[in-house]
Write a protein that binds this ligand. Structure first.
Ligand code: AMP
Length: 397
C-alpha cells in the first residue's frame, strides 16, 4: 500500500510549489567544498520546473542566531543555478512582503530560492504564525529534505499540516531504499555497526538487534563489548562504565534471534597515529600497552562470510580508525566485499552517516552500494526506529 503522495499525484502546472530542500552544503571561507547535496535536489527542482510549476525553495543554512550575512543562502542559490543549468532567482527573506513580491513575479517554470529559514527563530520553534506566513506563499508543499526530517520545524513539518503535502523525488528514493533495508527487507538481513562509542548508538543497537538476523559490531565500540565479556583490551578506546549496557544489548539480541558477530582478533598498535607499527593479535593476547585500532584478518573473514549469507545489509560506522592507514583496512575490505556482492545482485546494501559515507568513498565503492544516505542525524534516528516528524506528516491518513 502506498504510504505517501508523490509528484505523480499532483499537477503542478501553474502552482506555487513550496519545496523544502537540503542546501546545507559544507563551505570553507565561503566556498562550497562539496556540491553533493545540490546534485541530490536537482531532479525534483527540474521536474517541477519542467512541468510548469513555480518552484519556491525553502532551506536552512548553518546555525545562525538571527540574520547573519555569513549564512545567507544567496551564494548557494547561485551555485545551484550552475548545477541545474537554469536561472535561480533569490529573495532576501523567506516570509513577508519581500518573499511575496518575489513570488508574484514568477512565471510558470521559474525557480526562486528564499533566504535561510533559520534567520527567523520561529522556524525551529515551529511557530504557528510563522508557519501560516510561509503557507500563504504556496499552493502545495513538497518535502525533499530527508536529512532535516528528524526536526519538527516550520518548513520541515509545520507546513505539512497547512498545505497539501507531497514527497519530492529525493525523499521518495530515500524512503523506498530505507523501507527495503529494514521495514520490509529481503531476509536474511545483516547490520554492520562500527564507530567510536557505544554511548552514541545505544538506541540504534537496541533497535537493530530486533530487526536484523545478524549484527556485526566493530570499531571502538566493539572494545566495550569485548571488555564486558572479560577480554583484556589493553589501552584501547572503550567505555568501561557501559559494560552492563553492552551485555544487555547482547542478551536482547539472543532473545530476538539475532547473532552478534564481534571481532575474534584485532590489529593493535602502540601509538594512535597513521602508519604506526601494528600487528594482528588473537583476543587472548592483546598487549597491555596496545590499542585495538582495527578488526583483524580472521574477523574480516567472518564478516565476509556473514555478508555472503545475507540478502540485505544496513551499515553505519567504520570498523576501525579508518582515517589513519593502515587501520582503514578492515572497513575498506568489508566495504569492497559488500559492493561486489551488490554488483553481483546478491545483496541490497544501504549505508549512511557522515563517517560511513567518507569511509565508503575512501574505499571507492560508494556508487556501488544500492543506496548511500548522506542524511546523518535523520539516518541515525531512522536506524533507531524513531518516527521522523518530517516523514510522519507526509503519511496518508
Ligand atoms: P562514529 O562517529 O561514532 O561513527 O565514529 C567514527 C570514529 O570512530 C572514526 O573517527 C574512527 O576513527 C573511530 N574509530 C573506529 N574504530 C576505532 C578504534 N578501534 N579506536 C579508536 N577510534 C576508532
Amino acid at each position: 500500500m502506498k504510504q505517501f503522495r508523490t509528484l505523480d499525484d499532483v499537477d503542478v502546472k501553474g502552482k506555487r510549489v513550496l519545496l523544502r530542500v537540503d542546501l546545507n552544503v559544507p563551505t570553507e571561507n565561503g566556498r562550497i567544498t562539496d556540491a553533493t547535496r545540490l546534485e541530490r535536489v536537482a531532479p525534483t527542482i527540474t521536474e517541477i520546473s519542467s512541468k510548469g510549476g513555480k518552484v519556491i525553495l525553502l532551506a536552512h543554512f548553518g546555525r545562525p542566531k538571527g540574520r547573519d550575512p555569513k549564512e545567507s543562502l544567496k551564494p548557494v542559490a547561485a551555485a545551484l543555478a550552475g548545477v541545474i543549468n537554469k536561472p535561480v532567482a533569490f529573495a532576501d527573506d523567506c516570509v513577508g512582503d519581500v518573499a511575496r513580491d518575489a513570488i508574484a513575479a514568477l512565471k510558470d517554470g521559474d525557480i526562486l530560492c528564499l533566504e535561510n529559514t533559520r534567520f527567523h527563530k520561529e522556524e525551529e520553534k515551529n511557530d504557528p504564525a510563522f508557519v501560516a506566513g510561509l503557507a500563504k506563499l504556496g499552493d502545495i508543499w513538497v518535502n525533499d529534505a530527508f536529512s532535516a526530517a528528524h526536526r519538527a520545524h516550520a518548513s520541515t513539518e509545520g507546513l505539512g499540516h497547512k498545505l497539501p503535502a507531497y514527497a519530492g523525488r529525493t525523499m521518495q528514493a530515500e524512503l523506498d531504499a530505507l523501507a527495503k533495508a529494514l521495514d520490509a527487507p529481503t531476509k536474511p538481513v545483516i547490520g554492520i555497526i562500527g564507530g567510536a562509542k557505544v554511548s552514541t548508538k545505544i538506541d540504534l543497537l537496541q533497535n537493530l538487534v530486533t530487526k536484523v538476523d545478524a549484527l556485526v559490531i566493530g570499531g571502538g565500540m566493539a572494545n566495550t563489548f569485548l571488555h564486558a565479556q572479560g577480554v583484556q583490551i589493553g589501552k584501547s578506546l572503550a567505555e568501561k562504565d557501559l559494560s552492563a549496557t553492552a551485555l544487555r544489548i547482547v542478551e536482547k539480541a539472543y532473545a530476538s534471534n539475532c547473532a552478534i558477530i564481534l571481532p575474534v582478533d584485532a590489529v593493535v598498535a602502540f601509538h594512535f597515529a597513521a602508519n604506526s607499527p601494528s600487528h594482528a593479535y588473537g583476543l587472548d593476547a592483546i598487549p597491555p600497552e596496545g590499542m585495538i585500532l582495527d578488526v583483524g584478518p580472521q574477523s574480516t573473514a567472518r564478516i565476509h562470510a556473514a555478508i555472503d549469507d545475507a540478502a540485505t545489509l544496513v551499515w553505519n560506522g567504520p570498523l576501525g580508525a579508518f582515517e589513519m592507514a593502515p587501520f582503514d583496512r578492515g572497513t575498506v575490505v568489508a566495504a569492497r566485499h559488500a559492493a561486489a556482492r551488490t554488483k553481483a545482485k546478491k545483496l541490497i546494501s544501504v549505508a549512511g552517516g557522515g563517517d560511513t559515507v567518507a569511509a565508503l568513498n575512501q574505499a571507492g565503492v560508494a556508487d556501488d552500494f544500492s543506496y548511500v544516505s548522506t542524511a546523518g542525524g535523520a539516518f541515525l534516528e531512522w536506524m533507531e526506529g524513531k518516527p521522523l516528524p518530517g516523514v510522519e506528516v507526509l503519511k496518508l491518513r
